[in-house]
Structure formats: C-alpha cells, structure tokens
Unconditional design. Structure first.
Length: 168
C-alpha cells in the first residue's frame, strides 16, 4: 500500500459525516426494529432485552453491509484509505518485536517495514492532529536511520510490500 497525501479538511469532513451517519442509523434503526418487534410480540414480564439486542445486531449488520457496499464511492475514498492504512500498520505492529530484532541484525526487509510503519504513523498522526507523539516518532526514526546507515541501506516507504511480513 502506497502512502499518499490526503486533503486533511476533506478527510475530516467525510469521516465526521460517516461517523454521524452510522451513529444516527444505529440509533434510529435499532429503535425502529426493536419497537416493531415489541409491538408484534409483546412479553408479559415486560422484559424486551432480546428484541432490543436483535434490533442493534440487525442494524449493525446493515450498517456494515452499506459501508462495504459503498467503500468504492468517491465520497469514501479518503476514509477507506485511512482504514486500510491502519489495517496495514496493525499488521506491522503485531510483528514489531521480531522486526526490530531482525532490523538490529541488518535485515533490509525488517528495516523497510519499520520505516513504512513510522512513515504511515506520521501520516495518520498528522491527519488526526496528534502532534504530542511526533517527537517520540522522530527519535525512533533517527535510530532507524542510523541502523540503516550502519548497514549501508536506503529506506523508501514506496518500496514496501506487506508480503515481506510473512518471513517474520
């Protein structure tokens, strides 16, 4: 997955609309379904927990289906890209201990994966205005750059392919 620059204002606007739309749909849909089921199948004891739960589950499945169906729509492009980037970074994070160990030994694939993780994290943190942890990231990046220089490697995030994680 290539790292691309995203229009931050457009991304935030679209993400906020998706979040509000999902929250409103969940509230309205689950209430509509559960109230309909309660009206059709009333419980003598007054407990309608199972109908409320079913309303939430059915609505959640519907929202998930809609998000998946419209993930290729131009409105969703930035939001889906960030979701996919987070997924790719989570794959790397799960293997980070092994990657760092191999990186200290000069494994170029491990160093490239770590570099991609740092570059992707920097992009996400800038989109989310998470500047507090940028200093820590800069320190880690400097350490990575020194290890790469020690082994005479040039790291480019564009060269990353998640298939290299299979060896770790």
């Amino acid at each position: 997955m290539q790292l691309i620059q995203i229009d931050k204002a457009r991304y935030r606007k679209h993400l906020n609309r998706v979040i509000v739309g999902c929250a409103a749909s969940l509230a309205i849909g689950s209430l509509a379904i559960s109230q309909t089921l309660i009206a059709l199948f009333p419980d003598e004891s007054g407990s309608h927990f199972h109908w409320n739960l079913l309303g939430v589950i059915v609505t959640s499945i519907g929202i998930g289906w809609l998000l998946n169906k419209y993930r290729t729509h131009p409105f969703m492009s930035e939001v889906v890209y960030v979701w996919e980037l987070k997924k790719a970074l989570n794959k790397i994070t799960r293997k980070m201990a092994k990657l760092k160990a191999a990186g200290r030994e000069g494994n170029p694939d491990a160093l490239l994966a770590i570099h991609y993780s740092y570059a992707g994290s920097r992009l996400l943190w800038q989109l989310d205005d998470n500047t507090i942890t940028m200093d820590d990231l800069a320190i880690k990046q400097a350490e990575l750059d020194s290890v790469a220089a020690k082994y005479n490697l040039t790291l480019n995030a564009d060269d990353y392919d998640d298939a290299i994680l299979k060896q770790f």
